[in-house]
Design a binder for this molecule. Structure first.
Ligand code: NAP
Length: 429
């Protein structure tokens, strides 16, 4: 012991930074009690000191000079809520100066997490990042601590609120993709440039963080296969429902004897699966452990107060550790290098929607293309034809992805086939 207050520097007072300050004001006594010592936010870095804020803070706390926080020896904890990869230099400087770092920055933790954790260890401090995945849902701590007795076999998550909001509105209310996106932007669930969300990059960043903990492995962002939802047509949601599924953007990590499989893509999810009930902007992570079985974490995946709640929880842990001069966080620095299995080698069931000439022999030709590649069909529906063209929807059994692709290549060359409209992977019932 020795200190009677732990001083904190906050980098950023935007959506999450404001939430953190509100929680510290609203629950100050409780936070103090849990941390065991007073916490004082000494300085807050912003770009513009004059900007109207969502939270009341003493204007003298605001600064536009990072050095006033990073070089202040009284500040023991730096909370980085600026975002983006440019924040890396601030985080590194804080760690080099032996300050504990708390961050909500998934881009940074996904791409530089291992090196930052090493830097933290080398400087006798630590970096906490509960808020970087799943907003207010506890995910990092459970993977590090509560599920520590397990070998994690698989995790599957809905970890991007923007795309889940869009898919839910399309599915339940029949909106087209562009309408649902506009609504998401109007309600603050999508950014003005939503590319990273729609193309699966945001979810892939988060999957890197989760998978590194779940599988105790270095994860290279480039090894995560990524497909987004921008081309998703409402018809696919309608047909999926007819077949007993909904469509979700899933982030999936698996450890198999051959290695790790990591991917983000839209998938048909059975309506009976717990992830099918995760609606609108909510997030969830479904984890299968070899001791616990199946568990699911569910809740608000973003937002000022939910994300602030995770940041303040990290702050309590850090401050408690400083107060008792113990390290509460488990340092995940001994990640292994595990092989990543190429997508082509994975097994999946597939949903396919295509247009075909409404003429004899087309069905037989399709069936033939699949059987030539040893792909067996589970369900096949032909929709009423219009102007001589039939829409065919089919679902395969679980097969090797490369066999399905080979069958698809055959089908594309088949004269009776007009267009392959969509292909999605299917989580089997
Ligand atoms: N928003 C969420 O729901 C959510 C959820 C989970 C994780 N996160 C992560 O949390 C982090 C913060 O997100 P946010 O939504 O709170 O961002 P935000 O609303 O854009 O806030 C960013 C804050 O950082 C300040 N800032 C940005 N660049 C700066 C610079 N170069 N120098 C000084 N100050 C700078 C801004 O100052 P001004 O206010 O003066 O412009 C602002 O206060 C990101 O890593 C994000 O991915 C966010």
């Amino acid at each position: 012991m020795g200190k009677d207050v732990v001083k904190v520097g906050l980098l950023g007072l935007g959506t999450v930074g404001s939430g953190v300050m509100k929680i510290l004001q609203m629950n100050g006594e409780q936070v103090r009690g849990r941390a065991g010592i007073n916490i004082e936010v000494k300085k807050i870095l912003v770009r513009n000191k004059q900007k109207a804020r969502d939270v009341k803070v003493d204007p003298s706390l605001l600064t536009t000079k990072a050095a006033e926080i990073l070089q202040d020896p009284e500040i023991d904890v730096v909370i980085e809520l600026i975002g983006g990869l440019d924040a890396r230099e601030y985080v590194e400087e804080a760690l080099r100066r032996k300050k504990y770092v708390i961050t909500a920055n998934k881009d940074l933790m996904a791409t530089a997490g291992a090196s930052l954790l090493r830097l933290a260890r080398d400087n006798g401090c630590n970096i906490y990042y509960e808020a970087s995945v799943g907003g207010g849902i506890p995910l990092i701590r459970p993977l590090k601590h509560s599920l520590g007795a397990n070998r994690i076999l698989r995790l599957a998550g809905i970890i991007n609120g923007t795309t889940n909001y869009i898919l839910t509105r399309m599915d339940l209310e029949g909106l087209e993709f562009t309408e649902a996106l506009t609504e998401a932007q109007a309600r603050g669930f999508a950014e003005q440039d939503p590319t990273n969300d729609l193309e699966g990059k945001d979810a892939a960043y988060k999957l890197c963080i989760l998978a590194s903990l779940a599988f105790n492995s270095h994860i290279d962002f480039d090894t995560v296969h990524m497909e987004g939802i921008s081309n998703l047509n409402r018809r696919d949601l309608l047909y999926a429902r007819e077949l007993g599924f909904t469509i979700k953007l899933l982030a999936i990590g698996e450890e198999m004897p051959e290695g790790l499989a990591l991917r983000v893509h839209p998938a048909l999810v059975p309506l009976t699966h717990p992830l099918a009930g995760v609606l609108f902007e909510n997030n969830a992570l479904y984890v299968e452990g070899n001791a616990v079985g199946e568990v699911m974490f569910y809740g608000p995946g973003a937002g000022s107060m939910p994300t602030g709640s995770s940041v303040v929880a990290d702050l309590i842990d850090v401050v408690r550790g400083i107060n008792h001069q113990v390290e509460n966080g488990v340092m995940e620095i001994d990640f292994l290098d595990k092989k990543v299995v190429p997508l082509e080698e994975l097994n999946s069931a597939f949903y396919l929607r295509l247009q075909a000439q409404d003429q004899p022999g087309v069905f037989a030709g399709l069936a033939n293309a699949f059987s030539e590649e040893m792909v067996s069909l589970d369900m096949i529906i032909q929709k009423r034809s219009r102007e001589g063209k039939a829409e065919i929807v089919l679902v395969t059994h679980v097969e090797k992805e490369k066999n399905f692709n080979a069958a698809l290549a055959r089908i594309q060359k088949f004269p009776g086939i007009g267009a392959i409209n969509s292909v999605y992977r299917v989580i089997p019932k």
